[in-house]
Design a protein around this ligand. Sequence first.
Ligand code: ADP
Ligand code: TRP
Length: 327
Amino acid sequence: MSKRVLSGTKPTGDLLHLGNYFGALKQFVLLQDEYKDALYFIADYHSMTTVRDGSLRRRYTANVALDYLGAGIDPDRAILFRQSDIPEVCELTWMLTTVTPMGMLERAHAYKAAKDQAKNVDHGLFTYPVLMAADILLYGADIVPVGQDQKQHVEMTRDMAQRFNHAYDCEALVLPEPYIMEDTALVPGTDGRKMSKSYDNTIQMFAPKKALKKSIMGIQTDSTPVEDPKDPEASIFQVWNLFATPVEREEMADRASRGGLGYGDVKKELLERVLDYFGPMRERRESYASRPDEVEEILVLGAERARAIAEVVLEGCRQASGLGRPS
Ligand code: ADP
Ligand code: TRP
């Protein structure tokens, strides 16, 4: 399809977990084949609302690049870049702030949550949705794959684009569509809640075998005796299912409801499957990690390709709104 797909990942931690992979990254990889143009970036400006250490930011940024590449983003097909290599996004952010009502930002989930928890809210967090809108609009993206939690931001983006186009009676900005990645159900964490780094309940896809074993063995299960039937919906099975074919899932559900199945055995099998599944990706990631100059070059080339798109869109906005040299 000739539509353009774009998404970003915040560099805020070290290793990705199964939720990030099945909920986002896996689909980014599939979409790069489905659409002619795919842009994926590392949202390092966005990470400034939480990460206040420059060397840590660099490390996290390098990790996201490796995660993207390891998971199968192909730099020859998709444009992979670092957000801050195109500071023009800040200019578009400014333009968009001038058509964004305060009320819209006050309704944003992240801001409301921070305010409800009586956290100190800085202007960056408040304006976060505008920067995210600029990310999307600067590259004329049609489709934005995001988790359910980000849907509101894409809707706000549409709203801002519409307001800008209307204000200057132009079509400088393309209205994007959210593509909600919910066909993969929410991945449960080791404690049964949503897997999230903020709950400390993650299974990390690239963790070494020992650490992986520890988190998988730590998946909480009930105390049903081995011989009794088990609930095939229990979170251990939900995680196991991610690594199984539909037929295998049915067989497992059958084994669970018949009884005689020990959770320990399921966990052992799960560990093997996780290792097999991510093995080739881990190798690819390690291979890139040993060639940091090449990764840097990929990002620099990606930024060049992204900038070529951004320049046209930004100039359209400048001309429409009467900024800079008249053309
Ligand atoms: P975390 O909750 O660990 O901080 P993020 O909010 O950084 O994760 O999420 C990054 C991406 O991964 C988002 O697109 C989000 O929808 C997806 N994601 C995160 N956790 C899960 C999960 N448990 N199940 C499915 N998708 C998830
Ligand atoms: N806000 C997104 C998140 O927290 C990351 C992000 C920043 C993004 N800019 C984007 C996602 C543009 C899609 C498009 O996950």
